[in-house]
Write a new protein. Structure first.
Length: 147
């Protein structure tokens, strides 16, 4: 359960106080863990549109569906961040876990900085391993804002 708040003069001020009260009532008598994190800016709509533009290029150039590349890159780059080493994608395929693992990982919560790093890794991989050039947003006339 997440509840948005601001800190003012050392006090926590929650936004949706009624939602928090309901949550606390349900947890009455329970031991809980509270994890405070500074809010980060999630990737922008423009970044998200650029990401799916990248997947579209790969799909057209190499023939797989966009969703295949979406899962592939989540496994290749996001799973590595979680497990601390490059994943063995061949073993994941052989075990029949590609779709399952690919669906568990998400790009939705990437910050704007994390999203840019993720896209750079995809462009580099596409260029070096797949021999497919993916242009930077500034290198295209694509209207990422209007999708």
């Amino acid at each position: 359960m997440k509840h948005k708040a601001t800190i003012l003069s050392g006090e926590i001020n929650f936004y949706k106080d009624e939602d928090l009260k309901k949550t606390l009532k349900r947890l009455e008598g329970e031991t809980i863990f509270v994890d405070l994190k500074k809010k980060s800016n999630n990737r922008s709509l423009v970044q998200n549109n650029y990401y799916f533009f990248m997947l579209e290029i790969l799909s057209k150039e190499l023939g797989e569906e966009k969703n295949y590349y979406h899962k592939f890159f989540k496994i290749k780059f996001l799973l590595e961040k979680i497990i601390g080493r490059p994943p063995n994608i061949e073993r994941i395929f052989e075990a029949g876990k590609f779709d399952e693992i690919g669906n568990m990982l998400t790009t939705t919560n990437l910050s704007t900085v994390e999203a840019e790093d993720y896209y750079r890794k995809i462009r580099d991989f596409a260029s070096m391993e797949l021999k497919c050039h993916i242009p930077l947003p500034s290198e295209t006339e694509y209207a990422y804002e209007t999708l």
